[in-house]
Design a protein around this ligand. Structure first.
Ligand code: ZN
Length: 189
């Protein structure tokens, strides 16, 4: 005998959800709120991103994010560790007063106050901005042991730091122009 089902009288089934189960979420790399992938509400696997919830203040993004935002030179330098040819960048001979920021994430890194003419063809500083978040990492590529410098916020390759700078630090932060954007100081009155 057929049971007549009255519409509206059926027990509610479990709603179908397209959300990930907790175990899936735990195994997925979760983006940060600053990332457009996060904003889209999707989770993605670690082949797409190096994001991690371990460091919530970092602004780490998948490679595709940077490819879409940077010029080819900026991408090659900051995300692939390339070096721009000497005397070709925007800032090696740039003398305006202001702040140099990471071209990727806009973190302030250097000031015109500590910039000096190194003769190298790359913009050079004897000291970063006070409190600037710069990572140092041993770089043994090209048969040399050098100290690579990176933006600590987004891992952008900046350049290298050498122990042959002027006083008082004796350091030379040798940076690619392509890793930087310049923000002029407000005009003096
Ligand atoms: Zn950065």
């Amino acid at each position: 005998m057929q049971v007549q089902v009255i519409p509206g009288d059926q027990p509610l089934s479990q709603p179908q959800s397209d959300q990930l189960s907790p175990s899936q979420i735990n195994s997925a790399q979760v983006c940060l709120p600053s990332c457009p992938v996060w904003a889209s509400g999707r989770y993605h696997d670690d082949s797409q991103t190096g994001h991690s919830m371990d460091s919530p203040t970092e602004t780490k993004h998948p490679d595709s994010y940077w490819r879409g935002r940077l010029t080819s030179t900026e991408y090659a330098v900051t995300r692939r560790g390339a070096t721009e040819p000497a005397f070709t960048g925007k800032y090696w001979d740039h003398k305006a007063q202001g702040t140099y920021r990471c071209v990727c994430c806009a973190t302030p890194l250097f000031s015109s106050d500590q910039k000096f003419e190194s003769g190298s063809g790359w913009p050079s500083w004897w000291k970063p901005l006070e409190g600037a978040q710069i990572l140092e990492r041993v770089d043994s590529a090209h048969g040399m042991v050098r100290t690579e410098i990176l933006c600590a916020s987004c891992d952008a390759h900046l350049g290298h730091v050498f122990p042959d700078g002027p006083k008082p630090t004796g350091l030379r932060y040798c940076v690619n122009s392509a890793s930087l954007s310049f923000e002029p100081s407000a005009p003096q009155r």
